[in-house]
Ligand binder design. Structure first.
Ligand code: G3P
Ligand code: CA
Length: 411
């Protein structure tokens, strides 16, 4: 029997129910983008004035490798200025080109002077006085967005406070981008942006501290399931008071809004400065102190097992009579392989001492291939032997031993 190893793994996560995190934070989506041009200092300043606990930055990379804060991958929607510098893809323009553009004129003449900030300029302006909610937007491995971001966090001494106080939360729709950052520093607090799927929460919990779902799909059950895994939930983008109230009623841990002033009075605690982020981080630590994940599982050892039934017999061959004789047995097949094949050696001729039958014995299977695992399947095996009317038959027993093989190429 040809055996190639195979194995399987069953994992089941276990978690005890947990209480909802208490701290609920107000995230200024692209700054106060409802009343100021998004991702400008005007928008960030205003968000902080209006009670935002976090200001959000979407990242893009210029052609000369500088992280700038901008939502779209192109300049067309929110940027005005010389066409050669201020239209088209961000990653085809140098920072010097981009700095010739206005990031505010599209929103209103009074914002004409607003420029596209670099992330470094944002850190230089606000330093360690505010909380940042930074999104790796449409990351391309060649852009090294994640590497550049962590280098800037280090340069402005924000990495450790991100870890301890959630001064920086890093978000992305790209799980690959977040997993890459998690590999670089597993302590950094990450938020996965994606639909409110309860089934996906355990996978998110492997690398993230929370999830940002689109607000429309959020339910009480989803929030409860997330909290059971110590995941914070920050829906986006919530601009009407009724939806804010509904989500706060579910116990979400904050939300993105273009209008921080609408959310601020609805929050049970209106945090000062960086305190909301600190409280959220503390809640997360407390949750993990009382909720432990464990795993239970099992393995399937590689198994290919073939058992043949009782030896088949054609009975007595009658000399002088043309006839096809049949005999049968069974093959019992057990396989944990992704595929398996049952075969037999070249049958050849039944022999009786030095005498052989004229025609070879034939073998037929009820089934010869499997495309997945199988346990104890009984496969009919039929033998056929033709005897001619003029065929000379010597007294005695005619036998032939055959070799049957169950094999796989994908154990
Ligand atoms: O990051 C939360 C929310 O901003 C995601 O949507 O397209 O506005 O970046 P988007
Ligand atoms: Ca965003």
């Amino acid at each position: 029997m040809k055996t190639k190893l195979a194995f399987g793994l069953l994992m089941l996560s276990l978690a005890a129910p947990a209480q909802a995190a208490a701290a609920q934070v107000n995230i200024g989506h692209r700054g106060a983008s409802g009343t100021r041009p998004e991702h400008t200092f005007a928008a960030y300043d205003r968000a902080l004035e209006l009670g935002a606990d976090y200001i959000e930055q979407d990242l893009q990379v210029t052609s000369d490798g500088v992280l700038v804060v901008m939502h779209d991958t192109t300049l067309n929607r929110t940027v005005r200025g010389p066409a050669e510098n201020c239209t088209g893809a961000v990653d085809t323009k140098t920072l010097a080109q981009i700095k010739t553009c206005s990031a505010g004129a599209w929103f209103g003449a009074e914002w004409e002077g607003e420029k596209i900030p670099t992330l470094e300029e944002v850190f230089q302006r606000y330093g360690k006085t505010v909380n940042y909610y930074i999104e790796t937007k449409s990351p391309d491995p060649e852009d090294k967005m994640e590497e550049r971001l962590l280098a800037l966090l280090d340069k402005y001494d924000l990495r450790e406070s991100a870890v301890s106080d959630w001064q920086v939360l890093i978000q992305s729709f790209s799980a690959d981008s977040l997993r890459l950052i998690h590999q670089m520093d597993e302590r950094l607090p990450l938020i996965f942006l994606g639909g409110a799927s309860i089934a996906n929460l355990p996978a998110v919990a492997e690398y993230a501290v929370g999830q940002g779902p689109s607000s429309g799909g959020v339910t009480q059950a989803f929030v409860d399931a997330a909290h059971a895994l110590c995941l914070s939930i920050h829906p986006y983008t919530v601009n009407d008071v009724a939806t804010m109230q509904r989500l706060l009623g579910y116990g979400v841990d904050g939300m993105f809004t273009n209008f921080p002033e609408r959310l601020d009075p609805l929050l049970p605690v209106r945090w000062n400065d960086r305190d909301g982020a600190r409280a959220a981080a503390a809640d997360d630590r407390a949750c993990h102190a009382r909720v432990k994940r464990d795993a239970v599982g099992g393995t399937v050892p590689a198994t290919l097992s073939l058992t043949m039934g009782a030896p088949a017999s054609f009975g007595a061959f009658v000399p002088g009579v043309a006839r096809e004789y049949t005999a049968s047995t069974t093959a019992n097949v057990i396989s944990s392989a992704a595929d398996a094949t049952l075969s037999v050696s070249t049958p050849g001729h039944l022999t009786n001492g030095t005498f052989s039958l004229a025609s070879p014995v034939q073998v037929e299977f009820g089934k010869t291939t499997w495309t997945g695992p199988v346990s104890n399947e009984s496969v009919p095996v039929t033998f056929k032997q033709t005897i001619g009317a003029g065929e000379a038959l010597r007294t005695g027993n005619y036998t032939k031993t055959l070799t049957f093989t169950l094999s796989t190429t994908t154990p």
